[in-house]
Write a protein that binds this ligand. Structure first.
Ligand SMILES: [Zn+2]
Length: 346
């Protein structure tokens, strides 16, 4: 008997996301398995698929029928199998569940390209092939939704039965736009050699950045969301303060408190952004910093927070970096005070 040993993945995406017409999105990263133990240098996975008659398979933006095979690697990717035809637009190849409420379908086809243009103007064009957007919907008794990105892929799944009602609620629409903006921002956090961020206990770097960029995009593109954004940042601060009274930010990944990387992470990036703008008299901002961070990694510097914080020091001050490190690495007696001090010279 074969006992599949699953390869450890830096992200834990669901293996299957059903579409309401019977199609399914499969995350291949969950299928990588070795007979006994996976050696560290194993990174080529031969995958072959037989495709049912009348259906097709989408791999890397290409459509196949009958059967096909390919070599998969790294964190894997999402592939679609079903009857839905992909639609190619100027910015993405889209496979949007036709069972999703019209409001969400419209938002996906209008807001995602708009957000891509917005981030592209600030962070540069994506390298490689046009990304594929997968959006699936299962009308089931549950209350979850998940989104994520992989190289050149962005995907979201809704697993709930009252989406028709929810879309009438402005707060839900704002949340969804924020969720889209966050995922789109992740697409721009890569260099031509892969992700710019490192270990999962440093996730304040990419999750915090994606959330701060989401806030900026919402305020710029959808000014009516201002109250929502302000209120959300207030809640983030409460969440971060509460979490950091119990553990350090570095420990959050192992302690099941991953949410702190979003909330505390946004506050860190907001402080950095303010400080960069102040020091450069408004000539530079968080985007200038990330563009140079990408360049540094492409020039051979290590990806992750060490390289990032060295740049933050150049763009702002040693004092800010000391404060950020204190927030990330140490157990704080008064997290609220430490957070308030992040923004130097308000
Ligand atoms: Zn994220």
């Amino acid at each position: 008997m074969l006992r599949p040993t699953y390869k450890h993945l830096s992200k834990d995406y669901a293996p299957f996301s059903p579409y309401s017409d019977g199609g399914v999105l499969i995350y291949t990263g969950r299928l990588f398995a070795c007979i006994d133990k996976c050696a560290d240098d194993v990174n080529d996975w031969k995958v072959s698929m037989n495709i049912p008659q009348g259906e097709h398979l989408i791999v890397n933006g290409n459509v196949y029928t009958k059967s096909t095979n390919w070599v998969d690697r790294d964190d894997g990717m999402n592939i679609y199998i079903g009857r839905q035809k992909p639609i190619e637009t100027a910015s993405v190849i889209a496979v949007i569940d036709s069972g999703l409420p019209e409001e969400i379908q419209l938002s996906l086809s209008a807001d995602i390209p708009k957000l891509m243009v917005y981030f592209q103007e600030r962070l540069g064009k994506l390298s490689g092939v046009k990304p594929t957007l997968f959006a699936s919907y299962a009308k089931v008794e549950d209350r979850s939704s998940q989104g994520g990105t992989l190289p050149n892929q962005i995907f979201m799944h809704w697993n709930l039965n009252d989406l028709d009602k929810k879309v009438k609620d402005t707060k839900f629409i704002n949340q969804t736009t924020w969720f889209f903006a966050h995922e789109v921002a992740h697409l721009y956090q890569r260099s031509k050699y892969g992700a710019l961020y490192g270990e999962s206990n440093q996730s304040w770097l990419h999750e915090g950045n994606a959330d701060w960029l989401a806030a900026l995009a919402l305020l710029d593109l959808y000014p009516k969301t201002e109250e929502y954004v302000t209120e959300k940042i207030g809640r983030f601060k409460e969440h971060c303060v509460k979490g950091l009274t119990e553990l350090t930010l570095m420990e959050a990944a192992d302690e099941g408190q991953f949410g702190l990387y979003y909330t505390c992470g946004l506050l860190i990036h907001r402080a950095i952004d303010h400080s960069v703008q102040k020091k450069s008299n408004g000539l530079k901002n968080i985007y200038s910093l990330w563009n140079e961070f990408r360049q540094k990694v492409e020039q051979g510097n290590e990806k992750g927070s060490e390289t990032f914080l060295a740049l933050v020091e150049q763009y702002t001050s040693k004092e800010l970096v000391i404060r950020i490190k204190k927030l990330v690495e140490t157990r704080l007696s008064n997290p609220e005070d430490t957070l308030n001090r992040l923004i130097i010279d308000k």
